[in-house]
Design a protein around this ligand. Structure first.
Ligand SMILES: O=C(O)CCC(=O)C(=O)O
Ligand SMILES: [Fe+2]
Length: 238
């Protein structure tokens, strides 16, 4: 797809999937660095791509949330993650012909039998009210699909603009929170829900006003998706 087509589809639907954004060697390095971050932080050399899922589900059951969080933070400092972030900034600059800077890094971590890390319908705009932002996700370790709880979006819902009346949901202080529109039931009738299937080479770009949520993970593997948020640099006033 061409630069203009990405922009056009993004503006039309509120999101676009960029295929083949992450090369095979970057995918492998991202997976390795993720495992390495958990090995280091949990002081468990034996963690590998196979047993990580069981180990993390155990941590979740034991409410060992900080250990998981700190491992992910370590991963954000890894070379492969930083490199991907840099590529995303360059991509944003090229697509929109503007200058962007990183404002937040994250990780969607979807666990079986847990909705602690699962978001209800929300717009990123409600967290970044005074900024112009773009939002990205890409799979790490395994692809993201409906079975493992990939995010879904309400196609074209960015056309609503910022939905101001929201309700705050948070289960406990270690769970994620969502600012869900009060009239979500009405909105759900207006737009179609699309599940975001991402291969390991794919990247999704979505609009700050696009409504999206996490879904239930029915598999016994953790769903990992790297999150990058960038902000349009405001024009300098002389
Ligand atoms: O993938 C998910 O679980 C949802 C993540 C999300 O809300 C986001 O990337 O902004
Ligand atoms: Fe979100």
């Amino acid at each position: 797809m061409q630069r203009k087509t990405y922009k056009k589809n993004f503006e039309k639907n509120g999101y676009v999937i960029i295929r083949n954004f992450i090369s095979k060697s970057s995918q492998d390095k991202l997976s390795k660095d993720l495992i390495f971050s958990f090995q280091k932080n949990l002081k468990l050399k034996s963690i590998n791509e196979k047993n990580i899922h069981g180990i993390l589900h155990n941590l979740e059951r034991n409410s060992d949330y900080d250990d998981m969080y700190n491992s992910v933070k370590k991963f954000h400092d890894s070379y492969s993650f930083k490199n991907t972030v840099e590529k995303i900034v360059v991509f944003s600059n090229n697509i929109f012909k503007k200058k962007f800077k990183v404002i937040n890094l994250g990780m969607a971590q979807g666990m079986n039998n847990s909705n602690r890390t699962s978001y209800k319908w929300h717009q990123e705009k409600s967290y970044y009210k005074n900024k112009k932002t773009l939002h990205f996700q890409f799979p790490i370790l395994n692809k993201c699909n409906k079975k493992n709880g990939t995010m879904s979006v309400l196609k074209k819902s960015h056309l609503l603009g910022r939905v101001k009346k929201t309700k705050f949901f948070k289960k406990h202080n270690k769970s994620v929170s969502s600012k869900t529109p009060k009239n979500i039931n009405k909105i759900l009738k207006q737009f179609s829900e699309q599940f975001i299937n991402l291969k390991k080479s794919d990247l999704i770009l979505f609009h700050e006003n696009l409504l999206h949520r996490s879904n239930k993970n029915f598999t016994n593997k953790v769903r990992f998706a790297g999150i990058v948020r960038v902000q349009e640099r405001p024009n300098r006033v002389k």
